[in-house]
Design a protein around this ligand. Structure first.
Ligand code: ARG
Ligand code: ZN
Length: 854
């Protein structure tokens, strides 16, 4: 069944109140639900309550029990004819958390009972109109064994608790804010609490709790700090205060996604809560901070103002990603954060936009909404908000968001509502800009700069094209904000940064006062999520990589310099490597730059980014070319790498920006040394591995050794495994590092790892750490034998009956078959066909595989 945005209709029945009563047990939990329902408008349609796998044991209307003949079950939903305007409808069901391997609804994880309802998991707990525009006040009663489940948590505020006979106990929670059922949450288990508090701007004291397994308590400090910073930041930057007396976070080991913003009770994948220097890398620390902020920010952008329907998902996700990105930038280095975000956007969203699963930020249709938690909804959605913020400027953007929150507080809103609030509050015309929500595909902008010596005029000609995407063969020109600057070659300076708005297919912009042809710095700060094509020479790029005062543009010039060299090599017309080597040397030696930026700027583009620059991807040639360039840079600058590696060795661990930058640069230097083929490279890596007092350096050294064919590889892997065999999150790194390696036997290694005793299909983190990483290793996954495709298809087939959402997330890499040679393309298509031929395939995997093949 295909659901369409154009089919939206307001709900037939509203549910202003719901009382839930849980008798909890891992094998079989009893759920009694009492819904007060009111007819919405004049109609004679029955009440339809969604259900998935539920059997009604009792159905009561206004206290009177119905016979089975008085209601119907349709596609799992309970259909109850009602005559009046208001009724109380009660249902009773039994569900089994222990048997719930999908991890949607109420499930068991490591001795805990927990829930995940977004998008449509609530219907696996009780019968209910499972759509985001039905908002209810929740009252929840939980009863459970006191020894197994001493802690009982739900949304809102605790309103009562007590002991019961037979070593059981109960608790009641009340959430005063009406919410859609996807924000419902409940946790029962033996949990320890990192308790703290936060006083809001208006003086309200909020009790904060981060609940984890007792052993994990020492690893919750960073998440708590991030939470308090997030609360203060949202007050300062958006004027948004927290609204309940308690805010709880629970970490669970088995979780399909990153985390979930349930009202007052966020539930997290433990990898985004737990962090300490011995087990988490600097990137992990940042991810914890970013995800804690993301879920907290949802309290306003998502919960107080929610989505009318799931086509509006980016309303909350795009905006909240923009908010968490801005927060992380403020907590650390804005330039480095922007570089990381753009790299992630290009790797995930640009690829999605260029393939068979491309869809608009506001999609028109879906089969399974679980497949639409995509980089397009999240990351491209965030870029749309960023472009509006840029065009409006800080003050008017804030006026727009204030109006949005005021106007829609307590409502289920649309993307259109957001854009209108920007227009009304910020005083701007966004008519053409709305196309960004409608049209899929990454715009390409070709930039030509012409110079007239006589008049001193520079003319910039911009041409935009938007590629055809599934269902959208023809596109209209979009409104694209592009920041540029024109550099004077002699002084290395420019006369000011200009924001242009490209609105036509082709447009010309004129600038005066240039005696000599200026050099174009374009899409500064990555002002728009587009692909820019310029005709800048290697010399001009080298100039920008030394002089551009916009850090993103400077990084980009370096990357483009390297891309040109590598693509030239693959295409058989190599360029001179000297400008690349010189730019890397000068950047690394530039004392005005901080170490973290240097580490970003000198890093080679990934193999998959290089593949994205080519019509047909040749994974072996790309791998070889990148290896060659890495070796050349490694050898040509060997003394520099040795010097950096030696002088960045820290004396004691710190999380200061300087210490983190030093680690990043140290790891980059080690990678170049290893790439150079230096005889002592493995020894240096092993020494770093062995002596490091932090995971950032230890894992980077392990990654270097994983590529090696020397004897140190296995020794390091064994040491690492034995040291961390009791720690699931670190074991994930052990799997992931090997799956991302460039080792001649990589395919065989991954095959062995899939049989390893620590590998399991029931934990999504573990599945992703092996197969997600392997599928992202372009060279390994696309091995010409087709083994990579076979392995991933086998995994999807085995995982689908257990966890269809996680299985479906591994399909997209197989959908890239048009981008490869005929032989590879056929093997990928065969893998997709084999998946589709499985009997009883989930709609999650069916949608992804059939669209990928089409
Ligand atoms: N709303 C959650 C977040 O972004 C993610 C929920 C994911 N749900 C899903 N069905 N994929 O913070
Ligand atoms: Zn989110």
């Amino acid at each position: 069944v295909i659901i369409r945005r154009s089919d939206y209709r307001a709900p037939d029945w509203l549910v202003p109140e719901i009382a839930l009563d849980f008798t909890l047990d891992a094998q079989s939990s009893r759920v009694r639900a009492r819904l007060s329902v009111t007819r919405n408008g004049a109609h004679d349609r029955p009440l339809r309550l969604d259900g998935d796998g539920l059997v009604p044991r009792e159905v009561l209307v206004d206290g009177r029990a119905l016979n089975a003949a008085d209601y119907a079950l349709e596609d799992g939903a309970l259909v109850v004819p009602l005559t009046g305007e208001k009724h109380v409808v009660e249902t009773l069901v039994d569900i089994s958390p222990a048997a719930n391997t999908q991890l949607m609804g109420l499930y068991a994880s490591g001795g805990l009972l927990c829930t995940q309802c977004e998008a449509e998991g609530f219907r696996r707990i009780t019968f209910f109109p499972d759509r985001p525009d039905v908002l209810s006040r929740y009252h929840v009663r939980m009863e459970a064994d006191r020894k197994l489940y001493p802690v009982l948590l739900a949304n809102g505020d605790p309103v009562g608790a007590g002991e019961l006979e037979g070593d059981r106990h109960w608790a009641e929670w009340n959430d005063p804010f009406p919410k859609p059922c996807y924000l419902f949450a409940m946790v029962a288990g033996d949990l320890a609490c990192n308790a703290d508090s936060f006083t809001t701007l208006s003086g309200r004291e909020v009790k904060l709790g981060i609940w984890v397994k007792e052993n994990d308590l020492p690893r919750t400090g960073h998440a708590m700090t991030a939470l308090k910073h997030s609360m203060a930041w949202d007050e300062k930057v958006y004027g948004r205060e927290y609204d309940l007396d308690v805010f709880n976070i629970v970490a669970v080991a088995d979780f399909n996604f990153g985390a979930m913003e349930n009202k007052g009770l966020n539930i997290f994948n433990s990898r985004y809560i737990l962090a300490d220097p011995d087990t988490a890398t600097d990137m992990d620390f940042d991810a914890v901070e970013g995800v804690v902020a993301h879920e907290y920010f949802h309290n306003w952008s998502g919960n107080r103002v929610t989505c009318r329907d799931w086509f509006q998902l980016s309303l909350k996700e795009g905006f909240t990603v923009f908010r968490d990105q801005s927060f992380s930038a403020d907590m650390g280095s804005p330039p480095v954060k922007r570089i990381e975000d753009v790299r992630a956007l290009r790797a995930a969203q640009f690829q999605e936009d260029a393939g068979p699963l491309a869809h608009p930020v506001r999609p028109e249709s879906y089969m399974e909404i679980g497949n639409f938690y995509t980089a397009t909804i999240y990351n491209k959605g965030a870029e749309l908000i960023r472009m509006m913020a840029l065009m409006l400027g800080e003050k008017r953007f804030r006026q727009g968001t204030d109006l949005y929150f005021d106007r829609h507080d307590g409502q289920a809103a649309t993307c259109e509502d957001f854009v209108r609030a920007m227009e009304d509050g910020g005083d701007i015309d966004l008519r053409q800009f709305r196309l960004w929500y409608e049209q899929a595909g990454t715009p390409r902008v070709k930039a030509l700069l012409a110079h007239n010596h006589a008049s001193g005029e520079a003319r910039l000609i911009l041409r935009q094209t938007i590629p055809a995407t599934p269902g959208q063969p023809v596109k209209q020109p979009m409104a694209i904000p592009i920041r540029i600057a024109l550099f004077d070659r002699a002084s290395g300076k420019h006369g000011g940064d200009t924001l242009l708005t490209l609105t036509q297919a082709e447009q010309e912009f004129a600038f005066t006062g240039f005696d000599t042809p200026p050099i174009l710095s374009i899409n500064r700060g990555f002002s728009a999520p587009i692909i820019v094509e310029t005709e800048r020479s290697q010399d001009e790029l080298a100039f920008l990589s030394a002089h551009d005062d916009d850090p993103f543009a400077r990084y980009e010039a370096m990357q483009q310099l390297m891309v040109n060299t590598l693509v030239g090599d693959v295409a058989g017309h190599p360029l001179d490597d000297a400008p690349v080597i010189a730019a890397i040397r000068d950047t690394a030696n530039d004392s005005a730059l901080d170490a973290a930026f240097i580490a970003e700027a000198i890093r080679l583009p990934s193999e998959s980014y290089l593949g994205d620059q080519m019509a047909i991807v040749d994974p072996d040639a790309i791998h070889a070319a990148r290896d060659r360039l890495q070796a050349k840079i490694g050898k040509a600058l060997e003394p520099l790498w040795r010097d950096i590696h030696a002088r960045t060795e820290a004396n004691g661990f710190s999380l200061s920006p300087q210490a983190r930058g030093a680690r990043k640069l140290r790891n980059a230097a080690l990678a170049y040394l290893a790439g150079s083929g230096a005889a002592d490279a493995d020894d240096l890596a092993f020494d770093q591995f062995d002596r490091a007092d932090n995971m950032t350096e230890r894992q980077a050294a392990l990654a270097v050794l994983s590529n090696s064919s020397g004897e140190k590889r296995e020794i390091a892997l064994d040491v690492f495994y034995n040291r961390y065999s009791g720690d699931a999150l670190v074991l994930d790194k052990w799997f992931q590092t090997q799956a991302l390696a460039f080792h001649p036997d990589i395919v065989a290694h991954v095959k062995e790892l899939a049989q390893h005793k620590s590998f399991t299909l029931t934990n999504p983190n573990r599945v992703r750490s092996l197969y997600g990483a392997f599928a992202a290793n372009q060279w390994a996954f696309n091995h010409k034998s087709g083994e990579g495709y076979r392995m991933v298809a086998d995994l999807i087939i085995a995982l689908d009956p257990i966890n269809p959402q996680t299985a479906a997330r591994l399909v997209p890499p197989l959908g890239r078959w048009r981008r490869f040679d005929v032989e590879r393309g056929e093997m990928m298509q065969n893998a997709l066909k084999r998946i589709l031929a499985q009997p009883g395939l989930s709609k999650d995997v069916t949608e992804q595989a059939s669209k990928s093949l089409a």
